[in-house]
Design a protein around this ligand. Structure first.
Ligand SMILES: Nc1ncnc2c1ncn2[C@@H]1O[C@H](COP(=O)(O)OP(=O)(O)OP(=O)(O)O)[C@@H](O)[C@H]1O
Ligand SMILES: [Mg+2]
Length: 355
């Protein structure tokens, strides 16, 4: 009966618990970000001693644990004390002052707030927070449409730490001068993980998500390599799930390199952040890149200008860096006859198989 050896029987599955493969799953233990978490804790510490906390501006590429590390610290804080209230806002979802204050009120336990105005909502927040102290995490701040909530919080909440998270270091200079001078944050850059760290993270998730020993060593190694090339842990989680599904479809009771390869092929249009999240200026530049793929940055700028684009070359370059950081495009440095130049590729054209 060796014909059927290695096949899944009906009702059998390779998965034990797929929740741990979700992008927003919070692992109990978070390795490799001890230093960053320590920096957060140090910024919060004065609040525990009845003083004002410090603010932190956090930036780094997608999928390298910024949100997870922050939430981890908030959770520990919550277990430690009731005097400091942890508040987390995703500014992609809550992108205006009204929506942010509304969500904060909800999180602070207020009911019947449907008909309240922005200023009334803030009074409620103030009433609760100024009796204690608070840590605010505003995540994905580059997606905000309004910033004045920050000014209000900085001015009228007395004891607090504010953490701002973004993919772009530039987001800081885009903040209003009045906000910047009050915020005076420490800067914390999250570096990408190395291969060993990616392996450790994915292994931990694999051991929860799948039945024991169903991953071939080579297949897992391939997965780790691919994930390391993209720098993004989410790619690894995504490929893990897809490879498992593909192996099941083939009724295989183990996950091998062919299943991982298939998952990588299928992941061609892998986009973590939909481009709807970009502001209009960036979308326009992205459209130009899409229509002129694989072109030198100087030529691209020329096309952009003839289409009525008004940015200076320097600002244009900065926008390109921003799109690159968000992985909407990729850049390639080449040596041309007139010296170094950069070629820009639209990510829709760059497949996961090409990394
Ligand atoms: N050190 C780690 N240990 C365990 N899981 C991790 C670690 N770092 C990242 N992850 C996992 O990787 C995924 C992406 O992490 P996270 O959402 O924190 O990224 P991010 O840096 O906030 O990305 P983005 O800028 O796109 O929001 C999550 O599922 C998270 O659980
Ligand atoms: Mg995040």
């Amino acid at each position: 009966m060796s014909l059927f050896k290695g096949m899944l029987k009906s009702g059998e599955t390779l998965f034990r618990d797929t929740i741990v493969l979700d992008y927003d799953f919070q692992p109990k233990v978070m390795q490799y970000r001890e230093n960053e978490q320590m920096r957060f804790a140090t910024a919060i510490k004065p609040l525990l001693q009845g003083q004002n906390g410090r603010n932190v501006f956090i930036y780094g590429a997608p999928g390298i644990g910024k949100t997870t590390a922050c939430k981890h610290v908030l959770r520990e804080l919550e277990e430690e004390t009731e005097d400091v209230i942890p508040l987390y806002i995703n500014c992609w979802k809550e992108n205006t002052t009204f929506k942010i204050f509304y969500k904060l009120c909800e999180d602070l336990g207020y009911k019947f707030i449907q008909n309240k105005k922005t200023s009334e909502l803030f009074s409620l927040i103030q009433a609760k927070l100024n009796k204690k102290s608070a840590v605010f995490v505003f995540d994905e701040i580059d997606k905000l449409e309004e910033m004045d909530f920050l000014y209000t919080v900085l001015e009228d909440i007395y004891r607090k730490s504010i953490f701002l998270i973004t993919n772009y270091r530039d987001s800081y200079t885009e903040l209003d001068e009045r906000i910047r001078s009050r915020l005076a944050p420490e800067f914390l850059s999250f570096p990408p993980y190395n291969e060993q760290e990616i392996a450790g993270i994915l292994q931990q998730r694999r051991d929860y998500a799948f039945v024991q020993n169903c991953w071939d060593d080579d297949a897992f190694k391939e997965l780790v390599e691919k994930c390391t090339e993209t720098n993004d842990v989410r790619v690894g989680l995504y490929l893990m799930r897809e490879a498992g599904i593909y192996a099941e479809e083939k009724s295989s009771n183990s996950i091998g390199v062919t299943h991982v390869a298939e998952a990588i092929r299928k992941a061609d249009d892998f986009h973590i952040k939909p481009k709807e999240g970009l502001d209009q200026e960036l979308q326009e530049i992205l459209n130009v890149i899409q229509e002129n793929n694989g072109v030198k940055i100087g030529d691209l700028y020329a096309v952009y200008s003839t289409k009525g684009g008004e940015l200076s070359y320097k600002s244009f370059q900065r926008r390109i860096t921003k799109l690159d950081e968000g992985r909407f495009i990729s850049t390639e440095k080449v040596l041309g006859k007139d010296g170094n130049t950069t070629i820009i590729h639209h990510s829709g054209h760059k497949k996961l198989t090409e990394f």
